[in-house]
Design a protein around this ligand. Structure first.
Ligand code: NAP
Length: 493
């Protein structure tokens, strides 16, 4: 297979990436010059060493954000919006290099990494436009004796914690609305994939973001660094994207000083295919919902629930598509499926597949790890998966499509909703009444109706139940970073 990029290209983008902590507008080393190693998951080899912050470094980042908050809140909204617009333009112009860096640290194929850069940059464009649309209100009190002025103000200093699976977009989805609203912030990216956020920090600085507004803390001690910042009381909000267990822990920590929270947590998305679905469209949507990010997405279809009458052709068509995918290093031309992020992730996927097979599921295609180096797993389709298999209750986070059958709509809905998660559900049907009836009864913050892709910066992204609190993106996204103040005005006529 032809290598479209040279090792020199790879070295160039890695070497151009800052490796320090970004505090108060300056890149600096961690206390004691501690570093952590970032690995390329397609080779298992070290890629870069970045600063490994201590709790003291984390506190310095919070100090810098607190010092920047008042001036930034006073910056005219148009100026804040224009910073975001410039950042969008720089990211778009440098999409190739940013995508290569992301592929190197996270593994996804270059085309998908480019897609994520476009998606991530779009949050800057969208919220740059929203910065000038923060509104308020004026009203007459019901008894006519006073007037109400309603005014929106920035929440204040924010703390952000983001996962490794979308190293750019999960951060820009928080930074965009925070900048638009006038909030300073400290962000802690995942230690597996900190490099994309380092580059975004450099780009926002180039775009004119004042020192101290964005502070980036990379660390191998997430809990040790973040807990004191959460409990300190000067930050007013925590926005977290990651797993439900860590989200629960952080909610407890936030209770202490009653921080506002946004929680984008885990998912267990059902993908329902009804007897009247257009099967080709359903397979196309299934590929998108399952294979985006090698299945390492909170929105990934985790359980395929298919009407008995179409289960066999659906499985065959899906297996044909899955089996034809090219697995390999994401930098290579033609590769469609990269490695999983680490050995732990790959072993978990394999364990879930073994469990389902032990319980009676049959393998249509795949179901094995690929020999290293790197953490590859073959795209897999399993049929006749019992609903109580671990695959049905745990996030797979890998390229595995487990298919179970249902006989009627009520059974499909009961199975789909039988989970503590409620992020997204997908359904395929050509019948409008069924589509609306099922979409309304699905317990999820988002529903993909005859589509396998719901993410869009202009739409409200988020979950219900134990998939989270709050929404990111859309018109509602900026509200998460605004407080409402009401001023009562005495009025004597
Ligand atoms: P994770 O283990 O929960 O980690 C997420 C982030 O939290 C990382 O930055 C991690 O740092 C940090 N963290 C871990 N323990 C912490 C602690 N005690 N205190 C403070 N921070 C802590 O999740 P992940 O494995 O990175 O990501 C996968 C999960 O994210 C999946 O459950 C997926 O569904 C979810 N996710 C949800 C959405 C959504 O929008 N709903 C989007 C993407 C992903 P280190 O990694 O450096 O340890």
């Amino acid at each position: 297979m032809a290598n479209s990029l040279t090792p020199q290209d790879e070295n160039r983008v890695v070497e151009a990436t800052p490796t320090g902590l970004f505090i108060g507008g300056e890149w600096r080393s961690a206390t004691g010059d501690r570093t952590l190693t970032v690995e390329d998951p397609s080779t298992g080899k070290p890629l870069s060493n970045v600063a490994d912050a201590t709790p003291e470094d984390g506190m310095a980042a919070l100090d810098a954000a607190v010092a920047a908050q008042a001036d930034f809140a006073a910056m005219p909204p148009r100026e804040r919006g224009e910073i975001l617009r410039r950042a969008y333009e720089i990211m778009t112009a440098r999409a190739d290099d940013l995508a290569l860096l992301m592929t190197l640290e996270m593994g996804k194929p270059l085309a998908e990494a480019k897609g994520e850069i476009a998606y991530a940059a779009e949050f800057f464009r969208w919220f740059g436009e929203e910065a000038v649309r923060i509104d308020g209100g004026y009203a007459v009190a019901p008894n006519g004796a006073s007037r109400f002025l309603v005014h929106k103000q920035p929440v204040g200093v924010c703390l952000f914690v983001t996962p490794w699976n979308f190293p750019a977009a999960m951060g820009s989805r928080k930074i965009g609305p925070a900048v638009a609203a006038g909030c300073a912030m400290v962000i802690k990216p995942a230690d597996l994939t900190p490099l994309s956020m380092q580059m975004i920090g450099a780009i926002l600085t180039e775009a004119g973001l004042p020192p101290g507004v964005l502070n980036i803390v990379t660390t191998s001690d997430a809990g040790g660094v973040m807990e004191p910042l959460i409990r300190d009381g000067r930050a007013r909000k925590l926005s977290f994207t990651g797993s439900t267990p860590v989200g629960r822990l952080l909610l407890e920590q936030c209770a202490d000083k009653v921080l506002r929270t946004s929680m984008e947590l885990g998912g267990n998305a059902p993908f329902l295919v009804f007897a009247d679905a257009d099967l080709d469209k359903a397979v196309e949507g299934a590929m998108q919902a399952k294979m985006r990010n090698m299945g390492e997405a909170c929105t990934a279809a985790n359980r395929f629930l298919v009407h008995r009458s179409v289960a066999e052709p659906f499985a065959q068509k899906l297996a044909e598509r899955m089996g034809a995918l090219t697995v390999g290093r994401g930098t290579e031309e033609g590769v469609q499926v990269g490695p999983l992020v680490d050995g732990k992730g790959r072993d978990k996927v394999d364990g879930l597949v073994r469990d389902a097979v032990d319980r009676g599921a049959s393998v249509v295609v795949g179901a094995e790890a690929v020999d290293g180096p790197g953490y590859f797993y073959r795209p897999t389709v399993l049929q006749d998966v019992p609903l109580d298999a671990r695959l049905g209750t745990e996030e797979i986070f890998g390229p595995v499509a487990p298919i179970s059958v249902f006989d009627d709509d009520d059974a499909a809905l009961a199975a789909a909703n039988d989970t503590e998660f409620g992020l997204v559900s997908y359904l395929y049907t050509e019948n409008l009444d069924r589509a609306l009836r099922v979409a309304e009864r699905l317990e999820a913050g988002m529903v993909g109706l005859n589509t396998g892709l719901v993410s869009n910066p202009a739409a409200p992204f988020g979950g219900i139940k134990q998939s989270g609190l709050g929404r990111e993106g859309g018109r509602i996204g900026i509200e998460e970073f605004l407080e409402t103040k009401y001023i009562a005005i005495g009025f004597s006529g």
